[in-house]
Design a protein around this ligand. Structure first.
Ligand code: UFG
Length: 330
């Protein structure tokens, strides 16, 4: 019996695979390597190079490795790109997941942990955001995640496939070893972009908006360490293994940091001055996103370990400074 991890060569996927393997679980990674990295998958973990839109390959993989449960990360995840190219997002994130669910149904695999996103909420009506808050995604990316959550509910009722949907806030940091970390092309996320400035690969960080209704005028986000996110997937999987019903949970640290606070933290930790430029707002960015993670703490006993911004920035800097070209340095 093994766990199939789709997108297991990506950022959050590879950190989850690492925790699963350290916990003694049998894992098979399924990744088309369009965004993921072969080097992010540890030696000894089988990697099937395949697409989630390839139903036959999914089914063959599930049969070959006697797959018993799925953790599903494989998806496109850039908000801006999703608006410019919705077709890519609906095909990969929604149709791809339908193929995965069809293969699960046909192979009698009844448990799935799904990577959802804070993007399902859109512009929040209240802070902190609880799971009961209205879900009005403002991007195609967020809509794909919400659609899949709804599909999962229907597949539970009709076919008995139970799920846990995890709505991540802003994933950050890297494995403490510095052996795996964040490596996106192109990079769009705040912390790795600031790291690229620190490494001299970019000349400055552009701050997207300085007139938000926040104390320093820049956007506030809830950053959560990727290893804490990874651990939540194991708890979610065990919940399903132990017969728990389908659930959706937020995952954040319940604390917000502004863009300026993040830049200042990087400067303090690296000792490098980060040149910055104030620019206009990025379309679709809410001013403040802060999670309530009470539900997953109460129900699954999830307790984050790396809760300070320093923890996230230090581990991210450890990875980026050791691997300035990401997995190309491997
Ligand atoms: N930012 C900048 N300059 C940059 C990059 C980002 O000022 O060069 C700002 C953004 O405007 C935002 C904050 O830094 O206020 C964080 O931006 P990220 O792109 O790192 O993260 P987002 O909050 O936009 O995105 C995250 C996840 C998405 C998810 C989204 C909404 O990465 O997958 O939250 O929940 F869809």
């Amino acid at each position: 019996m093994a766990i199939l991890v789709t997108g297991g060569a990506g950022y959050i996927g590879s950190h989850t695979v690492r925790e699963l393997v350290e916990d003694g679980r049998d894992v098979v990674v399924y990744d088309n390597l369009s965004r993921g990295h072969r080097e992010a998958v540890g030696e000894g973990t089988p990697l099937v190079v395949g697409d989630i839109n390839d139903y036959i390959k999914l089914k063959e993989t599930m049969q070959k490795y006697a797959i018993d449960s799925v953790i599903h990360f494989a998806a496109e995840s850039q908000v801006g790109e999703s608006m410019a190219n919705p077709e890519k997002y609906y095909f990969n994130n929604v149709v791809g997941t339908l193929n995965l669910l069809k293969a699960m149904k046909d192979c009698d695999v009844k448990k799935i942990v799904f990577s959802s996103s804070a993007a399902v909420y859109g512009e929040p009506q209240e802070i902190p955001i609880t799971e009961r808050c209205p879900k009005n995604p403002t991007s195609v990316y967020g809509r794909t995640k919400l659609m899949v959550e709804k599909i999962l509910v229907d597949y539970d009722v009709a076919y008995g496939i139970r799920h846990v949907a995890l709505r991540y806030f802003n994933a950050a940091g890297a494995h403490v070893s510095g052996e795996i970390g964040e490596d996106h092309t192109p990079e769009t996320h705040l912390i790795p972009i600031i790291m690229e400035v620190a490494l001299g690969k970019r000349d400055k960080i552009k701050i997207f908006g300085t007139n938000y209704p926040t104390p320093d005028g820049t956007c506030i986000r809830d950053y959560i360490h990727v290893t804490d996110l990874a651990k939540a997937h194991i708890l979610a999987l065990d919940w399903l293994i132990n017969g728990g019903p389908s659930r959706a949970y937020n995952l954040g640290n319940e604390k917000g940091f502004s863009v300026l606070e993040v830049i200042e933290t990087v400067e303090r930790i690296t000792g490098i001055k980060i040149p910055r430029e104030d620019t206009s707002r990025r379309l679709g960015d809410p001013a403040v996103l802060i999670a309530s993670s009470k539900k997953i703490t109460d129900e699954l006993g999830w307790i984050p370990r790396y809760t300070t911004l320093d923890d996230m920035v230090k581990t991210a800097w450890n990875w980026h400074s050791k691997n300035p070209n990401g997995f190309n340095d491997k």
